[in-house]
Design a protein around this ligand. Structure first.
Ligand code: GLA
Ligand code: ZN
Length: 680
C-alpha cells in the first residue's frame, strides 16, 4: 500500500484554522500581524470565508469580494494555502427579509424569526439560487489561484425544517420510496394500528411534536429524509464547484456522531472527510484517558467513512470553547496530546477554530490561537507554535493510513430506531455509549477499530463487533453469515436483529433475517434492570462479570453452541448469557447481557487470539495507534495518566528524539512517542 497524501502541494501535516479577516477589514495592522503570527505558529493553511456572506454581498447582487482574494494572495506569498468556504452557513439579513421562505419552520410548525446561523431551509430553491450567485463570484476570483487548496461547503450542516416546501418534498420522497403505492407504505409502517391508515401520500405530515409521532416507521423515514434533503442541498453546491473547478477537492465539516444526519450518506458526495472535535477535557465525570479514548472513537468513525485516505481535523479549540457546560481551559500539554492523537488516528491535519478571537458577539470568548491580547507570548500561542514545529518532525507519517483487521458496525438508522423504540428504559439504552465501551476494550488491547456501516463490505476484516444491532439493513444479515462461514469472528449483543429497515419486528425469533442460525440462539425475552438491580455472568472457565441494564433470556437452537457464561441470579439464574456458535469456518459470539468491561475483554481477547490479530499488553491509560504505508509502520503511544508508564516490546526509532528503542518504551505522565516500527 502506497502513501495517500491529501494534497500534493503540502509536504507534511497541515496546520491551520478558521480565519475571519472580514471582521478586521478596518484594521490592516491586525491583518498584517496575522500573517506574521501565522508564520511564527507554523501554519500552512487557513480556512477563509465561513460566515462571510454579508461582507461578500452586503446587498442583494452587490458583491465585494476583492478583499478576500487579496488576503488569499498574501497568505499564499507567505506559504499559507487557503481552504475556501462557501458562505451558506449563515445568511445575510437582507436575504430573509426579502425571501422569508428561506427561514425554517420548527417541529411545532412555527416559522422562525431571522437570526443566529445554520438556519436556512434546505428545500428553498431561492436559497440555492442566492448561494449559487455569491459562490460564482468566489469561483471567479479564486479559480486557478495557486493558493486554493480545497472547498469547504457551508458549515456544520444540521437542523430539521418543517416548512411547507419541506413537507411537500417529504411526501414526494415517500412516494418515490414506496413506488407510489400508499398501501405499501401503510404495510411498512403498520398503520392499521390506532387507525392511522393513509389514503394518499399528500396526507402524510412530518412527525410534529404536537402531531403524529407514534409511527416508528414515519419517525425513522423523516430522519432519513432530512439526511437526503441536506445531501441534495449540498450536492447543489458541489455541482457548481465541480463544474467550474473540477480539480479542487470538496469537504464539509462534520460534528462527532451527530444524531441529526447520517453522515455516511453525505460522505459519499465528498472528496475528503473533515470534522470538528471539541472534547470536554478535564471534566468531573470520567478519567482523562476515557475522554481521550472517546476522542479516538470519534476519529475512527470519521476515518472509516473514507478508508483509502487520511481525514482532516477541520476545527479544534486551541484553548477552550464557550459552549460546554463548564468552559474549562485545556491544561498545559493537553493541546499537544490531543492534536497528536488526532494524527495517530489517521488525520493529516490539525486545524483550529479559530485563528483570532472575535472582538464581539456570540463567540468572543471562544478560544483561539491569538487572544484579545494579540501577542505571540501567551501560553496557548506558544503551545500551538511548539506543536507546529513538532508536526514538521512527523511529516513522514503524512499519507499513511490506519489499517486494521477489526471493525465495529454502527448505524445511524439503528441509533435512531433504538432511541425511538418504545420499550426498555430510555435513560439506559445508550446505543452510542455501548459502542464506545466496546471500542475501548479493543483500544486497551492496542487494537485499532474501523467503525463501519451495515452497507460496507466485511471482507477486509477478521473480527467484527456489532453491539445492539437492533435494526437490520443493507443485507447485513447475509453479509454476517458469509463472513462467519468464511472464518470470521463476529460478536453481537442483546437487542440484535429485532426489526427490519422499516422498524417492523421480525417474526419467528430474534435475531431475525436468518441471524439466529448464525448465532445458534433465539432471544425470547429481554429484561430491563433498574440501576440498583444486580446480576452477573458466571463464566464456565471461572470468573464473573457484573451485568447492568439489559439481560436477554436465550433459547439455544444450534447444535454447535457452547455456553461460555450463564446468569448468576433472578428467574433466569443458570440460563445462558454468553454463547459461541461454531458456524462454517468461523465463530459467532452472542453476549445476551450488558456486561462490565472485564467480561467483554475476556471474550474479545479470545476472538483476537483465535483470529490471529495482534493484541498487546498496555498499562492502564496507555493508548496505541498505528499508521502504515510503503512498508513502514508508525506506532503512536500515548500516556494519558499522571504516572510514568513502561511499555514492553517496542522496537524502532522514535521520531521526535531520533532514538532507537530496543524493547522498552518509558513514557512519563502525559507524554507520547512515535516509533517507526521494527518488528522485534
Ligand atoms: C463549530 C463551528 C464554528 C464555531 C465552533 C465553536 O465547530 O463550525 O463556527 O462555532 O463550533 O466551538
Ligand atoms: Zn423547509
Amino acid at each position: 500500500m502506497e502513501k495517500q497524501p491529501l494534497f500534493p502541494q503540502i509536504h507534511g501535516i497541515m496546520h491551520g484554522g478558521d480565519y475571519n479577516p472580514e471582521q478586521w477589514l478596518d484594521r490592516p495592522d491586525i491583518l498584517e500581524k496575522d500573517i506574521e503570527l501565522m508564520k511564527k505558529a507554523g501554519m500552512n493553511c487557513a480556512t477563509l470565508g465561513v460566515f462571510a456572506w454579508s461582507t461578500l454581498e452586503p446587498r442583494e447582487g452587490e458583491y465585494h469580494t476583492q478583499w478576500l482574494f487579496d488576503i488569499m494572495d498574501k497568505l499564499y506569498e507567505n506559504g499559507i494555502y487557503t481552504i475556501l468556504a462557501t458562505p451558506s452557513g449563515a445568511k445575510p439579513v437582507w436575504l430573509s427579509e426579502k425571501y422569508p421562505e428561506v427561514l425554517r419552520v420548527d417541529a411545532y410548525g412555527m416559522k422562525n424569526h431571522r437570526g443566529f446561523r445554520h438556519n436556512h431551509c434546505m428545500s428553498s430553491m431561492i436559497y440555492r439560487q442566492k448561494v449559487r450567485a455569491v459562490t460564482e463570484k468566489l469561483i471567479e476570483g479564486a479559480k486557478g489561484h495557486p493558493g486554493l487548496l480545497m472547498w469547504h461547503i457551508s458549515n456544520e450542516f444540521n437542523g430539521d425544517c418543517y416548512c411547507e416546501n419541506c413537507v411537500k418534498r417529504f411526501q414526494e420522497y415517500l412516494a418515490r420510496k414506496f413506488d407510489n403505492d400508499i398501501d405499501k407504505l401503510n404495510k411498512a409502517w403498520w398503520t392499521t394500528f390506532w387507525s392511522h391508515t393513509y389514503n394518499d401520500f399528500s396526507q402524510i405530515e412530518p412527525p410534529y411534536v404536537n402531531g403524529e409521532f407514534s409511527i416508528m416507521g414515519l419517525n425513522l423515514e423523516w430522519k432519513r429524509f432530512m439526511t437526503w434533503n441536506v445531501t441534495d442541498y449540498m450536492k447543489s453546491e458541489i455541482a457548481l464547484l465541480k463544474e467550474k473547478t473540477p480539480d479542487i477537492p470538496v469537504t464539509t465539516n462534520f460534528m462527532q456522531m451527530f444524531d441529526g444526519l447520517d453522515y455516511r450518506v453525505l460522505a459519499k458526495e465528498l472528496d475528503v472527510i473533515s470534522w470538528d472535535s471539541y472534547p470536554v477535557f478535564h471534566n468531573d465525570y470520567e478519567s482523562f484517558a476515557d475522554t481521550m479514548s472517546r476522542s479516538a472513537f470519534d476519529h475512527a468513525l470519521m476515518r472509516s467513512m473514507k478508508k483509502d485516505k487520511p481525514f482532516m481535523l477541520m476545527e479544534s479549540a486551541p484553548g477552550l470553547v464557550n459552549w460546554h457546560d463548564f468552559n474549562k481551559m485545556k491544561r498545559p500539554g493537553v493541546h499537544r496530546l490531543f492534536s497528536l492523537q488526532t494524527v495517530a488516528c489517521g488525520s493529516d491535519t490539525v486545524q483550529y477554530f479559530q485563528w483570532r478571537k472575535s472582538r464581539g458577539s456570540y463567540e468572543q470568548y471562544h478560544g483561539a490561537v491569538v487572544d484579545h491580547l494579540g501577542t505571540d507570548d501567551t501560553r496557548v500561542f506558544k503551545e500551538v507554535e511548539a506543536l507546529g514545529k513538532e508536526l514538521k518532525k512527523i511529516a513522514p507519517v503524512c499519507g499513511t493510513l490506519v489499517k486494521t483487521p477489526v471493525a465495529m458496525i454502527l448505524d445511524w438508522d439503528t441509533m435512531w430506531a433504538v432511541e425511538d423504540m418504545k420499550g426498555l428504559a430510555d435513560s439506559t439504552k445508550n446505543y452510542v455509549k455501548t459502542c464506545v465501551d466496546v471500542f475501548r476494550v479493543f483500544l486497551k488491547l492496542g487494537v485499532d477499530v474501523d467503525i463501519i456501516s451495515s452497507e460496507d463490505e466485511l471482507t477486509d476484516y477478521r473480527v467484527i463487533a456489532a453491539p445492539m444491532m437492533y435494526l437490520l439493513q443493507g443485507g447485513i444479515a447475509d453479509k454476517i453469515k458469509q463472513f462467519v462461514q468464511n472464518g470470521g469472528q463476529v460478536l453481537a449483543t442483546y437487542l440484535t436483529g429485532y426489526v427490519d429497515e422499516n422498524t417492523l419486528c421480525y417474526l419467528g425469533g430474534f435475531p431475525g433475517d436468518g441471524l439466529s442460525q448464525v448465532f445458534g440462539v433465539i432471544s425470547e425475552e429481554i429484561d430491563t434492570l433498574y440501576p440498583t438491580d444486580k446480576n452477573a455472568v458466571l463464566f464456565a472457565d471461572g470468573g464473573s462479570a457484573a451485568v447492568c441494564g439489559y439481560a436477554e433470556i436465550l433459547r439455544i437452537t444450534g447444535e454447535n453452541v457452547t455456553v461460555l457464561g450463564s446468569y448468576q441470579d433472578d428467574y433466569y439464574k443458570g440460563l445462558p448469557a454468553v454463547t459461541v456458535n461454531r458456524y462454517g469456518q468461523g465463530s459467532a459470539y452472542y453476549v445476551a447481557a450488558r456486561m462490565e468491561e472485564s467480561g467483554m475483554r475476556k471474550i474479545i481477547k479470545k476472538m483476537l487470539k483465535d483470529s490471529g490479530v495482534e493484541a498487546v499488553k498496555l498499562p492502564k491509560g496507555i493508548e496505541r495507534h498505528q499508521r502504515t504505508a510503503d512498508g513502514k509502520t508508525y506506532c503512536f503511544y500515548f500516556n494519558f495518566t499522571g504516572e510514568e508508564a513502561v511499555i514492553e516490546n517496542v522496537y524502532g526509532m522514535e521520531l521526535f528524539s531520533r532514538k532507537e528503542l530496543s524493547g522498552k518504551l518509558i513514557l512519563s505522565s502525559f507524554e507520547m512517542a512515535v516509533i517507526l516500527r521494527k518488528i522485534g
